[in-house]
Structures are given as structure tokens and as C-alpha cells.
Design a protein around this ligand. Structure first.
Ligand SMILES: [Zn+2]
Length: 375
């Protein structure tokens, strides 16, 4: 009897081991299949990351003081990750608002653009600059990684609104109105006081001029009052190029439901950032792509898939487990496929939404300026 008992036990153990191996194999096969689907999707769809701070790092790779830069975006890494385009922000942290300091910020930004264009010229076989939405597909067909220049912090305008057109002429097609702190345009979400409680008169004039030029008004980093005012004043859709969801993590950089709804109601976009600190309360080492997609799905469920996309903030604090740099972008697509996302929704998220908004912003600029051509 004992003999039969041990035989049965052995048989049961073998069966359980086989089942476990079978389940592991099924899991591996499924992951491999999802990776293949993600690969094929990234070949045919358009993918745009609407905020990276990598120009600073690429301009000054040996510089000390760029504590958050890690070289997360390079043209070869974009290729490896199936990422077609990035909005490369020319970033200037907030400084004093006196005339001399403001002018220094202007000069700094123009010099950073000059340096980054020199970098691009050295890598002209790998990249190309997009000046409008139509350039994106053209450059993708040529196999080039696509650069769109943007500005992070309206401080770089100094006191002179004419600088806006000069930046536009360099190819800048979006501008974050401020960074973390109050400036001459509006209030920043990390400042201890609210000075303007909306847009300043200069900020209103800047938004008006951006509409005429066909530049995207970027409302990441600003306070709720400034965001709602900017969205209300703008005649074109606004984009939060790198923000998260307040209701998932109560952080002043994240967007409350009323902000998300206001942006979407005007046809704009909430591009979810990947900074782990903004995504979850859990320890940094535990934050993963799953948390990222939770933020995306929150916006999708609140206002619709047409109003959400991606702006990683790489080299500015972005990145997490499974998304350490832009060579791992497909992991987001894999997670979406795992959750049952349709291919169409994945395409909207990765780039179709952004291209739609760019075209609307450009068309509004043509309408307001009466100009027949953008360039
Ligand atoms: Zn930022």
C-alpha cells in the first residue's frame, strides 16, 4: 500500500512540474508573440515623444551639474526602441526676473539651439529636423530619427515678445510657459506663492502670438489657475507635454481631473511623463511600465483615447524599471497589448493624436496670420 502511495505521490509531483513548465512556456511564448506584434506595430505606426531634455546632455556630454542627465536619448537608441521622433526641449531653469538675468536666459537658449544644430549637422545621416507635421512622415520614410525643437520655460523670451518669432524661425514649435516657478508669463506649480493666478498680461500676449505662429502652447509645469487660463485664452488646442495624473499620485506636477477635462475639451493632449517620482508612491525601484500605463489608462477612461500620449522627460528625470531609456519604448506597447489594447488605440497614443493636434495648431496659425505657408 505504501508503495502505491509513493508512486502516486511521484506521479503527482511529475504532473505538477509539467504543468508549471507548460505554464512558463505558455507565458514565454505569449511574451515573445507580444514583442513580435509590438515590433511590427512600431515599424508601421508613428511614435513621438513630446518631451526629452536630451539636447542639454548631447550639447554638453562632459558637463558637471547636469545631475539628471543620463544619455537616455540618442539617435541609435531611438532606432533600437522604434521611436521615430522626439520634441527636444531647449531648457532653462528659472532664474531672477531682472532685465540682465532675463537677457542671459535668452542668449543661453539661442546658444543651446546653435550647439544642438551643430550636433545634428554632425549626425545628418541619422537625423532630420521637422518644421511642421508633414515633415514627420517624410523623414520617417527616409529612415531618419526626427528632431522637433521646443522650448521649456517662457523665461527664455526675456522681456521681448519678438524673441518668440526668432525661436519659431529656428524651428521651435512648442513652448512650456514656465518651469517649476513663477515667471513673467504665469505661475509655476512648485512655487510657494501664486503671483498671477492665471496668465499675466505678457503671458496672454505670448499665447496669442503662439497661436498666430502655429506653435503649441505647452501647459506642463504650470499651476491649475494658469493652466485653465492658458487653455481658455488659447485659440488652438494646448498640450501638457509631460505630466501625470493627480488622482493617482497627488503631486503638484500632476494634473487634476478638471485640468485634464479642460485640455481635452479644447481638443488638446495630456502626454504622460515617465518620471517614477510622479507616477507612484511606492519606492522608486519598484515603479514599472505597469504604473506608467495606469496613468495613461486613467486619462483614456476620463476623457478618451484621442487625448492622451507620451512625453517621457528622458534626461530630465524620466525613466523607470523596464523603461530605462528610449531603446526600451516598445515595452510600453507590449504592456498595452497585454491589457488588450486595440492596435488602433496604440497608434493614436503613440503619434496619431499628436500629429492631429499639430495640424490643428498649424491650421489655426495660418487662419490667424493669413499666411499661405508656414515656412
Ligand atoms: Zn519639465
Amino acid at each position: 500500500m505504501k508503495k502505491y502511495f509513493f508512486a502516486a505521490l511521484l506521479l503527482l509531483s511529475c504532473l505538477m512540474l509539467s504543468l508549471s513548465t507548460f505554464a512558463q512556456n505558455v507565458g514565454r511564448d505569449r511574451d515573445a508573440r507580444l514583442n513580435e506584434i509590438a515590433d511590427s506595430l512600431h515599424k508601421v505606426m508613428f511614435s513621438i515623444d513630446t518631451h526629452v531634455d536630451s539636447a542639454s546632455h548631447l550639447n554638453h556630454p562632459d558637463a558637471k551639474g547636469y545631475t539628471v542627465t543620463k544619455g537616455q536619448v540618442t539617435f541609435p537608441k531611438m532606432k533600437a526602441g522604434g521611436l521615430d521622433a522626439c520634441f527636444f526641449a531647449i531648457y532653462k531653469g528659472q532664474g531672477p526676473l531682472d532685465d540682465a538675468s532675463s537677457q542671459k536666459a535668452v542668449d543661453f537658449a539661442f546658444n543651446e539651439i546653435k550647439l544642438f544644430k551643430e550636433y545634428m549637422a554632425k549626425h545628418s545621416d541619422e537625423c532630420g529636423q521637422a518644421w511642421c507635421a508633414d515633415d514627420f512622415w517624410k523623414l520617417k520614410k527616409e529612415g531618419k530619427s526626427i528632431v522637433m525643437l521646443t522650448l521649456e520655460n517662457g523665461y527664455v523670451l526675456g522681456k521681448d515678445i519678438n524673441n518668440l518669432r526668432k525661436f519659431y524661425n529656428e524651428g521651435c514649435r512648442a513652448m512650456t510657459l514656465t518651469h517649476n516657478y513663477n515667471n513673467d508669463l504665469c505661475d509655476g506649480s512648485r512655487d510657494s506663492v501664486e503671483h498671477w493666478r492665471g496668465l499675466s498680461p505678457f503671458g496672454k500676449a505670448v499665447v496669442d502670438t503662439m497661436n498666430v505662429l502655429g506653435m503649441i502652447v505647452d501647459v506642463s509645469h504650470v499651476t491649475t489657475a494658469s493652466l485653465l487660463d492658458a487653455v481658455a485664452c488659447s485659440k488652438a488646442p494646448c498640450v501638457a507635454t509631460h505630466s501625470g495624473v493627480w488622482n493617482i499620485k497627488n503631486h503638484p506636477r500632476n494634473l487634476k481631473d478638471e485640468e485634464i477635462k479642460a485640455i481635452a475639451a479644447k481638443g488638446g493632449l495630456i502626454q504622460i511623463g515617465s518620471g517614477r517620482f510622479f507616477l507612484s508612491w511606492r519606492p522608486k525601484t519598484e515603479v514599472s511600465v505597469k504604473d506608467y500605463v495606469d496613468h495613461v489608462e486613467y486619462v483614456r477612461d476620463l476623457v478618451g483615447i484621442e487625448y492622451v500620449g507620451i512625453g517621457t522627460d528622458f534626461d530630465g528625470g524620466g525613466g523607470m524599471n523596464g523603461l530605462e531609456d528610449c531603446s526600451q519604448m516598445k515595452n510600453i506597447t507590449v504592456e498595452m497589448l497585454r491589457r488588450g489594447w486595440s492596435h488602433n488605440d496604440i497608434k493614436l497614443f503613440w503619434g496619431e493624436n499628436l500629429l492631429r493636434v499639430m495640424r490643428v495648431v498649424e491650421a489655426k496659425g495660418r487662419e490667424l496670420s493669413g499666411a499661405a505657408a508656414l515656412r
